[in-house]
Design a protein around this ligand. Structure first.
Ligand code: PFF
Length: 467
């Protein structure tokens, strides 16, 4: 039996609430917005294949590791790692891994809020019938007009950050649990409706082929991107799942719970891909269009089907909710930590952190318009520059934060958590938390946490460096 400690921040009523919360965190813009556009940018099947391998070999073991660490520690990730390290006779500096994760989560929130804001805008434009009968070109122009307008972006970004702060300030799931129970299944149903529409475009097989056609020669192109995205989509490597684990009932089975979350998350991403790509091909759009992909394809689909106005509006409402249930999990680790540390109220801590994320998010707002030429991390013929205006091939602010978090901080965070659960915690402690009936299964899972996942992350890093 696991320990009897309870977190000072609260506890989930049951294992089901943990599943809802963790699925709410995992299923978000990463599945519906980012997965399709990254697949498009990295050439399709090769990326999808690497993504699936990373999810099952690396992502899920790390998710298990985070959950069990969280439940054993029952504090914010930083203090949990500190306490468990000391208990296991290791250095308290392990808490730095959680500190890094916490910062990564806040950085992700800063751009996530801007993109979630786009869906707020789309709820209005869909709802007002602006996309009725729209062509692919028209939808592209509408998206371009939105991102070119810093004021409009700022308005929605601000509103979304307020929504996120509001829920976190009030305490975790009280209100969301009920709506999540209805909303998540509805999101799935609407995705299936969309899939139905894309089957009628006549390009379904082309889309399918694009997603699942494995080209071995392109594997190395997107492998680090695939690994980074596997972390992003499962919300691992930052302590979000760890903090949720700290509110989990002591006798819930972690293994089957995490598997459920991982499978649901993967299904939503694949369904979104299968729904969007046929529309891309039917509309003569570019699969490699980048971040605008979803916002250009969906209006075309909903603008051209019966009841599209209602369904399209509803769809963006659900995208918003999916984003909302993810964004709160980005804020929670830092809020929990600062409440523990400063003994200040949750409301105050949340307000300060949400404001900081809002300010950083303004960098992303501007990177689509006025600041598009401000480039960071520039590798050019005359060497490396941290910042250069108008540099060819550099990353704008949004790309830089995305790169820094997904490609570097999340994998490093995940690696540390897996190593911590596998090598720092005592085997008995892990066995107790996982409480698996079959010793064989336990050994297998433990081996994945200890060996497979860490080596997987390292191999991808090395492969990328030696490219
Ligand atoms: N998993 C979320 C998504 O796919 O949209 C993104 C995310 C949530 C990343 C929470 C990190 C995090 F802590």
């Amino acid at each position: 039996m696991a320990n009897d400690k309870v977190s000072i921040h609260g506890a989930w009523a049951s294992r089901w609430v943990f599943i809802l919360a963790a699925t709410g965190s995992a299923v978000g813009l990463g599945n519906i917005w980012k997965f399709p556009y990254m697949t498009g940018m990295y050439g399709g099947g090769a990326f999808v294949m690497m993504y699936l391998v990373c999810i099952f070999m690396v992502g899920l073991p790390i998710m298990l590791a985070e959950t069990l660490i969280g439940r054993r520690g029952r504090q914010s990730p930083v203090n949990t790692l500190k306490a468990l390290a000391i208990e296991s006779g290791a250095s308290p500096k392990w808490s730095w891994a959680a500190l890094m994760g916490m910062i990564a989560a806040l950085l992700i929130l800063s751009f996530y809020s801007v993109v979630a804001g786009w869906s707020l805008d789309y709820i209005l434009s869909m709802g007002s019938g602006q996309f009725a009968g729209v062509s692919a070109e028209g939808a592209g122009a509408a998206f371009g007009a939105l991102t070119a307008d810093p004021w409009r972006l700022t308005l929605w970004h601000t509103l979304f950050m307020l929504l996120t702060g509001f829920v976190i300030a009030r305490g975790v799931v009280a209100g969301l649990e009920r709506s999540l129970r209805i909303m998540m299944p509805l999101l799935f149903v609407l995705l299936l409706v969309l899939l139905g529409y894309s089957m009628t475009t006549g390009h379904f097989m082309q889309g399918f082929h694009f997603l699942f056609n494995f080209q071995p020669d392109r594997v190395l192109d997107g492998v680090l991107a695939a690994m980074g995205h596997a972390f992003f989509t499962l919300s691992v490597g930052v302590g979000a799942i760890m903090v949720y684990g700290s509110y989990m009932p002591k006798n819930a089975s972690i293994g089957s719970t995490i598997l459920t979350v991982g499978i649901l998350d993967t299904l939503v991403a694949l369904t979104a891909g299968m729904a969007l790509f046929p529309i891309v091909f039917a509309g003569g759009l570019e699969p490699s269009a980048g971040p605008g992909l979803m916002f250009v394809t969906l209006p075309v689909a909903f603008g051209n089907i019966a009841f599209g106005q209602v369904m399209g509006t509803l769809f963006f409402v659900l995208v918003l909710i999916a984003a909302w249930t993810s964004s709160i999990s980005m804020l929670e680790p830092a809020v929990a930590y600062l409440v523990e540390r400063s003994k200040r109220s949750r409301v105050l801590v949340t307000s300060v952190l949400a404001f900081v994320c809002w300010v950083i998010g303004m960098g992303t707002v501007l990177s689509f318009n006025l600041g598009a030429e401000a480039k960071f991390f520039v590798f050019s013929d005359d060497g490396f520059h941290l910042f250069q205006w108008g540099a060819e091939g550099g990353r704008n602010f949004f790309d830089s934060i995305d790169y820094l978090t997904s490609r570097i901080l999340l994998p490093l965070g995940g690696l540390s958590f897996a190593v911590f659960a596998g090598w720092v915690l005592k085997r008995e402690a892990v066995r107790e938390e996982l409480a698996m009936k079959s010793p064989l299964l336990f050994n297998l899972v433990y081996w994945f946490i200890r060996v497979v996942a860490p080596i997987g992350v390292l191999i991808v890093f090395v492969a990328e460096l030696s490219k």
